[in-house]
Design a protein around this ligand. Structure first.
Ligand code: ADP
Ligand code: MG
Length: 310
C-alpha cells in the first residue's frame, strides 16, 4: 500500500500502554495511584478505522492523549510508522505532529471564540510552514473548507455563528490542514444532534476514501461505531477485554461486557428493539480476579480470559 514494501511497520502500533494518575493520599502516606490504562496494545493500518469503545471512565480518552503524546504514558510504546514517540523530546515530536491529529467531542471548546474560523484552520499551516504568501494561504484554507463541506465565504466568521455540526467540520478542516495519516477522534459525534451525527460520519468516511486516512474512533456507544469501523476494541477499566473485526464484534461478541454494550445499542428496527433482551454486566464480578490474557477465538478475534480469584 502507498508504495511501501510489505514489511513496512503498521501506521500505529501501541504496545503495553500504561498510564497512572495520583489518586489522593492513602494509608501511611504511601502514594496511591489509579491505573487508568493498564497495558493496552493494538495496531492500526493505513486507511483503517479502529473503534475504541467502552463506558465512561474506562480509559479511552487517556489512550487518545497518550497516543498523541499530549500526556506522557507511564509505560509502554507508541510507534508511529515504526518510531517510538514515548520519550521523544517535544522538538523531535513536532514534525511528527503533522502525521497525527486529534478531534474532540465538543467542537466549541476546541475553537477559540475570538479567532475567525478561517484563521483557526490556517493556524497549523502557519505553525508548521512559517510565513507563506497570504493569497496562497487563503487558497489552502478555502480548499480545506470545501473539502469538509463548509462555505468558504464564511471563513471570516466566528465560532458562535456556526451550528455544532459545522463547528466539528471546522475542527476536521484544521485537522486535515497538514495532510495527516492518522486522526484520533475522541467521541467526535457524541455532542451532536442525532440528525447531524450521520453527516459527520459520512464526511469522515468520504475523507478516508479520498485520502487513505486512518482513524482511531472513540465512542462510549457501540452503535455509533457500527457503520464506520473495520475493527473494534472494547475497553473496560483500563483493559481491552475484546477486540476483532467489526463483523465478529457485532455478530459474535464473546465477552459479557461487549454483549451488554451491544444490548444497550438501539436497534433501527422497532420490532427487534422491543423483543431484545437487555443484558447487564456488573464489573464488580471481576474484582479480585487476575486480569488474565487475550485468547484468540477466531482469526483476529481476541477475548480476555480471567485468572482465578486472588
Ligand atoms: P473515558 O475517556 O473512557 O471516559 P478517561 O480516560 O477520561 O476515560 O478516564 C479514565 C480514568 O482515569 C477515570 O477514572 C478518570 O477519572 C481518570 N483520569 C483521567 N484523567 C485524569 C487526570 N488528569 N487525573 C486523574 N485522573 C484522571
Ligand atoms: Mg473520554
Amino acid at each position: 500500500m502507498n508504495g511501501m514494501p510489505p514489511s513496512s511497520p503498521p501506521l500505529l502500533q501501541v504496545e503495553g500502554l500504561c498510564k497512572d494518575y495520583p489518586a489522593g493520599a492513602s494509608l501511611l502516606g504511601a502514594r496511591a495511584v489509579l491505573r487508568a490504562v493498564d497495558g493496552v496494545s493494538f495496531t492500526l493500518a493505513r486507511g483503517e478505522t479502529l473503534g475504541l469503545v467502552g463506558e465512561s471512565g474506562s480509559g479511552k480518552s487517556t489512550v487518545a492523549r497518550c497516543v498523541m503524546q499530549l500526556e506522557r504514558p507511564t509505560g509502554g510504546r507508541v510507534l508511529l510508522n515504526g518510531r517510538d514517540l514515548v520519550g521523544m523530546s517535544q522538538s523531535a515530536l513536532r514534525p511528527l505532529r503533522k502525521v497525527m491529529q486529534i478531534i474532540f467531542q465538543d467542537p466549541y471548546s476546541s475553537l477559540n471564540p475570538r479567532m475567525t474560523v478561517g484563521r483557526f484552520v490556517a493556524d497549523p499551516i502557519m505553525i508548521h510552514e512559517g510565513k507563506i504568501p497570504r493569497e496562497a494561504l487563503m487558497q489552502r484554507v478555502r480548499a480545506l473548507f470545501a473539502k469538509v463541506g463548509l462555505d468558504a465565504r464564511h471563513l471570516g466568521r466566528y465560532p458562535h455563528e456556526f451550528s455544532g455540526g459545522q463547528r466539528q467540520r471546522v475542527c476536521i478542516a484544521r485537522a486535515l490542514a497538514m495532510s495527516p495519516q492518522l486522526i484520533v477522534a475522541d467521541e467526535p459525534i457524541t455532542a451532536l444532534d442525532v440528525s447531524i451525527q450521520a453527516q459527520i460520519i459520512n464526511l469522515l468516511q468520504q475523507l478516508q476514501d479520498e485520502q487513505g486516512l486512518a482513524y482511531l474512533f472513540i465512542s462510549h456507544d457501540l452503535g455509533m461505531v457500527r457503520h464506520i469501523c473495520h475493527r473494534v476494541a472494547v475497553m473496560l477499566r483500563g483493559l481491552i477485554v475484546e477486540t476483532g473485526p467489526a463483523e465478529a464484534i457485532f455478530h459474535d461478541a464473546r465477552h459479557p461486557y461487549t454483549q451488554a454494550l451491544l444490548s444497550a445499542t438501539l436497534e433501527a428496527d422497532p420490532a427487534r428493539e422491543r423483543s431484545k433482551a437487555r443484558l447487564f454486566f456488573d464489573a464488580a464480578q471481576l474484582d479480585g480476579r487476575a486480569s488474565g490474557f487475550m485468547k484468540e477465538v477466531t482469526p483476529g478475534h481476541f477475548v480476555r480470559e480471567y485468572g482465578h480469584a486472588r
